[in-house]
Design a protein around this ligand. Structure first.
Ligand code: ACM
Length: 272
């Protein structure tokens, strides 16, 4: 199976221009799965909830949905892309997965980062996994990485590959994904953007270095800090079905959930 990221620099607020960039960037792509960055069609620093709402689109039905569906069918690839999703009065930072058979899946970001909390509604889909060509693919978005529960939940649902659209600004994620993949024995495609954006108040530099990471914590491919890149790696997704880290240690079955007292309920403030 060939899995890929497309690292790019979306133009802030220019959905049509970004759709053009995506269409051009994926023109000759040959991969089963292609992952694009977070908010790939709007840019990141939207400045206000009103602006985020204005640029958001319904799924299905919006321009982004229609273009990605067309590309998925033409390339015969599953495509996962970050976008601003409108649902009634709500606006979500979402990942849309479109499959060549015309079906789609939506994940709404669980853990909003910094000013995103002013712009977006917190995701309500929970983590989800879908099947494509006999392989289970899960989705998480950018800052979800810092919560090990995100990747663990996807692994427990059977994900062999995590599609991870990102707009990373902190310098840790690429290294952290090594651990996320190792502790869950799965593949991850972190599709990041690059370049700088400002909303008049804050300015952010995105870190590029999109990365495909393997179940042994190996970096299979990493992009440069800047520059467009379609990065493709051939993998055997069956490797992610083997959860044995030694002949006697299974990373999921060896968990002692009965001893992880606080994990589902949050910190126990009564204990010292
Ligand atoms: C992030 O979640 N975009 C840092």
């Amino acid at each position: 199976m060939r899995i890929a990221f497309y690292q790019m620099r979306p133009v802030l607020g220019e959905v049509d221009k970004n759709l053009e960039l995506i269409e051009k960037g994926l023109k000759d792509a040959e991969a089963d799965l292609i992952v694009l960055p977070e908010l790939a069609t709007t840019g990141y620093m939207l400045g206000s909830r009103e602006r985020a709402f204005e640029l958001s689109e319904p799924i299905p039905g919006g321009r982004t949905f229609e273009l990605l569906r067309k590309l998925s069918s033409k390339l015969n690839s599953a495509i996962v892309a970050g976008m601003a999703e409108r649902d009634g009065e709500k606006v979500y930072n979402s990942a849309l997965a479109v499959l060549p058979d015309g079906t789609h899946h939506v994940y709404r970001k669980t853990h909003l980062f910094f000013e995103e909390k002013e712009l977006f509604d917190p995701g309500d889909t929970g983590f989800l996994v879908f099947d494509f060509r006999g392989v289970k693919i899960g989705m998480m978005i950018c800052f979800d990485w810092i919560f090990p529960e995100s990747a663990r939940e996807l692994a427990l649902q059977g994900a062999q590959i995590i599609a991870h659209p990102a707009n990373l600004v902190l310098p840790y994620c690429q290294r952290a994904m090594i651990t996320r993949c190792l502790e869950n024995r799965l593949f991850a495609v972190t599709a990041n953007r690059y370049g700088r954006e400002t909303d008049g108040k804050n300015s952010l530099e995105f870190t590029g270095q999109s990365q495909i990471t393997g179940p042994r914590g190996d970096i299979l491919l990493r992009a440069e800090t800047e520059g467009d890149m379609l990065g493709v790696v051939e993998i055997d997704p069956e490797e992610a079905l083997n959860k044995w880290i030694t002949p006697k240690n299974h990373v999921l079955e060896d968990r002692r959930v009965e001893l992880y007292r606080n994990l589902c309920s949050g910190p126990d403030h009564n204990d010292s």
